[in-house]
Write a protein that binds this ligand. Structure first.
Ligand code: BDR
Ligand code: CA
Length: 339
């Protein structure tokens, strides 16, 4: 099994990442941290609790993270993810509350409880992990692996021309994390999964239709581009219905950005990579975050050639097989929804 700490800013694609992990038999989710990002941390926590309840996993702890990044005021992106961060989905609110410990403390406690065993997966800004490192600087050796969705190297940014959202929201946190993990052993360097790879993972309505099919849900045709914006899913399977209502918003957002009726699966791909490192090709690099540039703040800069004279502090994903990923996603999430 792969014991996991998740740290998410749920988020439409974070939602599907969570579902993918819940659907994966080898994943053992130990705790879910809620980071301020796509929407405020309290809304992220509410979304996490609601998805876990819907999926019959009220046993999984959800913690509340810092309401603000280390330095900057919080920016959120309801335009991308909907007013509550889950597109058009209206999940039944959970009657559970968040855990008493903070997200940062949960990182520390959980990593210490199983030294060398736990994989950390961050699909939001790195605020909580940076705060956890201030409590326990040995986290890079206590964790087995760290996978971070974030950054853009050769690829343009999605938040500013040079920066990707998760890094852009809290560049100081990202730099603190990348610095701290430079002590990780070479075979356990953090894996950074940037836009260069995640923007090649394009979910289309066809994938959703197949998901519904595997789940045995009606109707088959859930989403077409000609439906009026906001058309709600009629699927009888609740997981498929809520997921479709979330993803439709994301499809419309990408279309309105001129990218086509598709949605980039940033976080689900990072989740899959956390379970199976063979899903992406990676290259070692020394990665720093630009903190001062007026045009480039939040940009991830990789030294691929040792020009800075420092050892690599990350394995950067540089290529992936979207087809293999989608086959696995459809099979796992579809069968999970069918239970
Ligand atoms: C990242 O930004 C967020 O909006 C998504 O959830 C993803 O984690 C992609 O840049
Ligand atoms: Ca995210």
């Amino acid at each position: 099994t792969v014991p996991l700490i998740l740290d998410v800013d749920t988020g439409i694609d974070d939602s599907l990442a969570l579902l993918y992990l819940l659907a994966s038999p080898e994943a053992e989710i130990l705790t879910v941290a809620s980071t301020a990002g796509n929407v405020p941390a309290a809304q992220v926590a509410a979304n996490n609790l609601a998805w876990l309840d819907l999926c019959g996993r009220p046993d999984i702890e959800v913690t509340l993270g810092s309401p603000v990044p280390l330095t900057d005021p919080l920016r959120t992106t309801e335009d991308t993810h909907g007013p509550q961060g889950i597109g058009y989905a209206q999940l039944p609110a959970s009657d559970r509350t968040v855990s008493e410990r903070s997200s940062a403390q949960a990182w520390v406690d959980v990593a210490r409880s199983r030294p060398g065993e736990v994989t950390g997966l961050v699909t939001g800004p790195l605020t909580n992990l940076a705060l956890a490192l201030r409590i326990e600087p040995a986290l890079p050796t206590l964790l087995r692996r760290l996978v971070v969705m974030g950054g853009a190297f050769h690829h343009p940014g999605n938040t500013t021309p040079k920066s990707e959202w998760n890094i852009s929201v809290d560049p100081e946190a990202a730099q603190e994390v990348f610095d701290a993990f430079s002590v990780a052993p070479p075979d356990r360097l953090p894996v950074i999964c940037p836009l260069d790879v995640t923007e090649t993972i394009e979910m289309r309505p066809e994938h959703l239709r197949r998901l519904a099919e595997v789940a045995g849900s009606t109707p088959d045709e859930l989403i077409t581009e000609t439906d009026p914006p906001g058309t709600r899913s009629l699927a009888d399977n609740p997981v498929i219905r809520h997921l479709s209502d979330a993803i439709r918003f994301y499809l419309e957002f990408h279309r309105d950005q001129g990218e086509g009726f598709l949605a980039h699966m940033h976080d689900p791909f990072a989740a899959a990579l956390a379970l199976d490192p063979t899903l992406a090709q990676t290259r070692p690099a020394t990665v720093d975050v630009e903190l001062v540039g007026t045009l480039t703040r939040g940009c991830t800069v990789a030294d691929w050639r040792g020009m800075w004279g420092r050892e690599p502090n990350a394995e950067v994903a540089v290529g992936a097989d979207p087809h293999a990923f989608f086959e696995r996603l459809i099979d796992r999430v579809g069968r999970f929804a069918a239970r």
